[in-house]
Unconditional design. Sequence first.
Lengths: 215, 250
Amino acid sequence: MGLLSKKDLKLITDPLADNNPITIQVLGICSALAITAELKASIVMSIAVLFVLGVGNVVISLMRNVIPPKIRIIVQLIVVATLVIIVDLVLKAFAYELSKTLSVFVGLIITNCIIMGRFEAFALANGPWKSFLDGIGNSLGYAAILIIVGFFRELLGSGTLLGIKVLGDPIEKTGVYAYGYENNGFMLLAPMALITVGIIIWVQRSRNEALIEDN
Amino acid sequence: MEHLELFFKAIFIDNMVFATFLGMCSYLAVSKKVSTAVGLGAAVIFVMAITVPLNWLLDKYILQEGALSWLGEEYAVYDLSFLSFIMFIATIATMVQLVEIIVEKFSPALYNSLGIFLPLIAVNCAILGGSLFMQSREIQTLGLAFNYGVSSGIGWFLAILAIAAIREKIRYSNVPGPLRGLGITFIITGLMAIGFMSFGGMLTGGDEEVAKEETASIETNVKVDEPILEEETIKVIDSVSVEELEIKEE
């Protein structure tokens, strides 16, 4: 790797699995779960977080020597809020329907713990390039969980992916519906998002024994 | 009546944690012991009771379309609602800091129990979420906004108290290794959320009776009752959660 040293690469790949922001660090669950009933919303949310965390980490890292420690939380919140307003206005301009589905959850990226958590834990202590990579890595880890959850909830809940009917038509009884398959509407309800993430955690930790908590 | 309805709706039906997943991060992180959970929950109620009405005033007199008309006719055309995120979060962050300073000065005992949680609260999604939902649900008066703040806070308090109690007990159970800690907490929360969904019928039960009486009185005109029922279901679904809406669309 010419551009990325081995250490830099680790910054990106680590949060994808063994240090995943959602399943291991327990950050950013708030806005992650509510919007995962559709795959499309999950993808857009992931892109929004990617942008906010990538740019935000760089900005905070550049400012890290001038921010007085006592008011750093307010400064961080203002930086994030500005970036989120940009995301919100772009969404409203180019994807109005989707911005309605996401409703207040775009605004809640501000208080998404993943962002404040990475600012505090990484950007305040490291240079801009490393912080950028850390931001990208963590938001990709976040995106991975969001997309897995969104994939299963949309597939099992409404039999579609990105709005395309992959399992056939439930009303005309084509595809798998011809054999008596029914959509599981329960998957679309809020509690199933939690249980899906619980199962992902279960699978991940049973593959990697080192991650198991001792109560 | 309006107040009572909003109060129960915010605590049980639109519960911050179980219906909208707000404040999940601190909910999961601080729910290992009942005593700390109570501390954080109390701090959340306290801060929400202050910030939601404050943000309501900001929204009403500065941010909404035409809100600046009290400055004079020519200001009536401004619509500053795109600034609401930054205004709300700045209000919350400063209020939290201010509350911390005031409480430390006047009531050291309260500070000792709440103090360490206050910085955590600025980044608690439930607080900002409360203000944003207050804005998007178009709550009409300052009194209702205060009520909404307090009752959402109580809802969050109940949720964290319940999970903390369960987690204290579950320590004595033999949970499969990979599920220990975070995994089982997620699944329990999911099951609790399913339980809380049953509260969805609480307020609508009364509505249906009213609807029946109405339809009985206008029995002669069959066509009239269809739109009423349609309206009822929309109202019901609206009150349950955002997620429900998607099912309705389907």
